[in-house]
Design a protein around this ligand. Sequence first.
Ligand code: AMP
Length: 140
Amino acid sequence: MPSYDPNNIFAKILRGELPCYKVYEDDKALAFLDIMPRAPGHTLVLPKAPARNLIDCPAEDLAHIAKVAQKIAQAAMTTLGADGVTVQQFNESAGGQVVFHLHVHVIPRKAGVPMKPPAAEKEKPEALEAMARKLAAALT
Ligand code: AMP
């Protein structure tokens, strides 16, 4: 497997060099909205420490992002009124990974509503801002 590239787009977001629609942050993790959501509230959870994906991530960091993903899934059910939550995580190109800093997708679901295809449509900034505010408020 290739080594971690510190210039990947999520590394730049983690360093504050690029913006994001932040929903949660602690000392070890950051969560922000996917700008091409497969459903409203689609959130990405990342460890702050460099890790390319599940394969090279220390187990403690994996456990921590699982806890954060759970908090976001709970907020999706309560605050967003989701009927369910899809959690996805891709490893290497063959596994569907596009951005090579480990991230977990937390996707709120409504009964009977299919997910949009990956990277189908960029969401409007105002919709992302409103969603980030709502989720962040639920997670404080
Ligand atoms: P994957 O690596 O396949 O898990 O997918 C990467 C995800 O990152 C996709 O769902 C993209 O829509 C999302 N994405 C790409 N660039 C950004 C960005 N600047 N901010 C938020 N999400 C992004």
